[in-house]
Ligand binder design. Sequence first.
Ligand code: GSH
Length: 311
Amino acid sequence: MQQPVRPPRQLACARCGTAFECALDGGCWCAAEPYQLPMSDTAATEDCLCPACLRKAAEDSPACVIYEEPVIPETRDTAMIDLYALTSPNVQKIFIMLEECGLPYNTKLVDVWKADQFTPEFTKINPLQKVPAIVDHDGPGGQPYTLIESGAILMYLAEKTGKFIPHDPVKRYDTLQWLVVQVANVGPMSGQVVHFSKFAGPGQDYAISRYRTALNKLYDIYEERLSTRPYVVGDDYTIADIAAFPWLRNVELLAVDLAQRPHVKAWIDKLNARDAVKRAYAKIGAIKSVRDNATEDDKDRYFGRGKYARV
Ligand SMILES: N[C@@H](CCC(=O)N[C@@H](CS)C(=O)NCC(=O)O)C(=O)O
């Protein structure tokens, strides 16, 4: 798909005051180069440097690895991304990110309750046989590129677009840490709570108590962070928020009490109010799965139990 380039913006250089034109249609080109000069994000045009000052700053900056004059295309090919999806929180993260970034995408449903994930075609895309996965038909070098794991997909899309990941090295690693906190802790602990309280049958008190305790501890950690900053990492909305939100908002299913966690509640309300988040959930809400009518065999196959267990 061809998208027209926006007319150049007239900016004043924050260093020398010279007027210059920024011809990019989204994001500032220095900010779009995260490994080069740490720059402000697109909204803060008063921090922008003209190309000459940027080049000089890049030469002087220890944080700058390489500097190349960017090629600003006349038009941009925006190839589709295929999102292999159903409705679970790990998939919701990617719907939200794609909507937030304004990237065009096709949704390809993989109904994990009726074994779509085990087909040879999907196994080629994700050998782990799980959603989400994406295929970016305009990947690195303009070639198609396949990604699995929601955390890796969020990082990839953030780097591809230069959005929702800070360029400042400290804030950038703060973001990546809290992204990993989500994928390594919040997701797995929440998943175990849901599994043992909803799907594993009676007699699971030990497991339920163990995973609820771990999950409540995580909620308290987010509560503490959000009591001193508006978003998980700091002042900016990042992929660390996008990763955590679909799980932490799930308070009814997880039977978590937000009365004692007002800052998590306020953060959930704030993210729920974002247009991109509303668009994502409208799309997710329209997806039909066999989950609600899954047979015992469907559930055994999905959970790898009964005749599907490998012991
Ligand atoms: N760590 C993965 C987890 C993905 C995952 O567990 N996906 C589930 C749905 S939430 C799935 O596809 N399960 C199918 C199966 O295990 O057969 C991620 O964050 O992307």
